[in-house]
Ligand binder design. Structure first.
Ligand code: GUN
Ligand code: FE
Length: 470
């Protein structure tokens, strides 16, 4: 017996949960789509205080990956007390969850995704950004005016998130207030921790997806915020969501800047993604020297609250300096940047500059919701960048990609994405025993293989803020 962990502990002693492979093929008990009644009956495990034993791995810095084979993660009221090689006496009375032999990592963070685009993910990958928006994204998003359509489609999106490795997401809905609220209700019921935004757009978009004017868009946003405030959300937060500069009038952008300050809200948008988009912004604002300068002009570039900009593929010196000065987060979305022919973001440069940064799936510009896939793509495109753009730019390491997928993106939510003491406990248990070849490997290499080879069926369990989700 070691560290007392085999001794009967707490209520009912050690608990050996079923493995991911035993779950394989089963529908999630929380499947919103297949059994809507589950939404009403869903009750998370009451206790968010426990000890979890397993092969634990988390990031401290981009270069520092901590691994603890057969260690103990202590979660008290949803918050980590740290990871220990032997269980300290003071925690011996807590419920012990025994995941010996399985990988235990922080839940992954998706810093940028579009819930209404999940309905066509994997389709329409033959266009560049601006054409793709007109041909695929806008017509699909217009359908969310119908709340019944939205309810069915969003249920599938939320089901997918529950089944996958992400525990936190920052999400675009559509311009439609009722549908955005439906999405937020479903996210709340899932136990995931999410920020979601009713989108603002009042120009340069098809009539079916264009708000009448800036005033109407702002009034709808205020109503939506009031409705959010009236709901008892614990894990779901509103985030202001101007789609991007080309689709928002000056009045709308200015009004959103004022709203952000008034309510201290977070804000998300797109920045310097694709050459066609950047040319359009230059046409609209010939007097402004960089794209980010437009957001800055209207007080939307980090001055009013926590802000995340997706992509940042083509930022020049001035824009990088602005991102840095204002603490704006970069959501790096490598799969989308490849699919929509946008380019390869200079992530090594951003890491060296110390920019706040995480990874995004950008579904449906990106096909896959899993941030494991975003890690693979982030490493892959960084190698292409070294080959094709700059021999001196070192590619991302697996440690760096894991940091971005967890603690880097988690910082947008506060203390999330790590198991260091004081961090909120989002936990993913991966049963990697069936990954072949079945050879003993150190924890770091098991993590690496899980990133590349595991899928949702290997997820044995997950928690957000110490509450069991799967
Ligand atoms: N820019 C404005 N809207 C979008 C969108 O929906 N997806 C992506 N990738 N870029 C955008
Ligand atoms: Fe996007």
């Amino acid at each position: 017996m070691e560290g007392g962990a085999d001794a009967p502990l707490g209520v009912g002693g050690a608990y050996r949960p079923e493995s991911g492979l035993e779950r394989k093929g089963k529908t999630s008990p929380f499947s919103l789509l297949t059994n809507p009644a589950n939404r009403l009956s869903y009750k998370p495990m009451p206790s968010n205080t426990f000890v979890l034993r397993g092969d634990i791995c988390y990031s401290e810095t981009p270069a520092t990956l901590v691994t603890r084979e057969d260690g103990y993660l202590v979660c008290v009221e949803g918050v980590s007390r740290g990871v220990f090689p032997r269980l300290p006496d003071e925690y011996r009375s807590l419920l012990l969850l025994d995941y010996r032999g399985k990988l235990v990592v922080p839940g992954l963070v998706d810093l940028h995704t579009h819930a209404p685009q999940f309905s066509f993910h994997g389709l329409g990958m033959d266009c560049e950004l601006m054409e793709w928006l007109s041909v695929h994204a806008f017509p699909e998003e217009a359908k969310y005016a119908d709340a019944r359509y939205a309810e069915k489609a969003y249920a599938q999106f939320v089901d997918d998130l529950v089944e996958g490795p992400n525990t936190r997401s920052v999400i675009f809905a559509t311009i439609h207030r009722a549908s955005a609220l439906l999405l937020m209700d479903m996210l709340e019921a899932s136990g995931l921790v999410c920020m979601a935004g009713k989108v603002n757009m009042d120009r340069n978009t098809p009539d079916a997806l264009c708000e009448k004017d800036g005033e109407t868009s702002l009034a709808e946003t205020r109503l939506w915020l009031a409705e959010c405030a009236a709901r008892p959300y614990q894990n779901t937060y509103p985030i202001l969501t101007p789609r991007f500069v080309p689709s928002c009038s000056d009045g709308l952008l200015r009004g959103l800047g004022e709203l952000q300050k008034e309510f201290s809200l977070p804000l998300q948008s797109h920045l310097s993604e694709n050459s066609g988009e950047i040319a359009f912004v230059k046409e609209l604002y010939p007097d402004i020297s960089c794209y980010g300068g437009v957001y800055q002009r209207f007080g939307l570039f980090g001055e009013g609250g926590r802000t995340v900009m997706a992509h940042c593929v083509w930022c020049g010196e001035e824009e990088i300096a602005l991102l840095k000065k204002n603490g704006v987060f970069v959501a790096h979305c490598p799969q989308s940047n490849t699919n929509l022919a946008s380019g390869i973001a200079p992530i090594r440069r951003y890491l060296t500059e110390g920019l706040a940064m995480g990874l995004g799936s950008d579904v449906a510009g990106g096909v896959h919701t899993s941030i494991f896939r975003a890690m693979q793509d982030a490493v892959a495109v960084s190698k292409l960048r070294q080959c094709l753009v700059n021999r001196d730019e070192r590619p991302l390491t697996i440690e760096e990609a894991f940091y971005l997928a967890t603690k880097g993106g988690g910082a947008f939510f506060g203390k999330a994405g790590s198991f260091e003491a004081g961090f909120e406990c989002d936990i993913l248990v991966i049963d990697d025993a069936s990954l072949t070849p079945r050879v003993p490997l150190p924890v770091k290499e098991r993590l690496e293989r899980a990133v590349y080879l595991s899928d949702d069926r290997h997820i044995a369990a997950k928690w957000a803020r110490g509450m069991r989700i799967l």
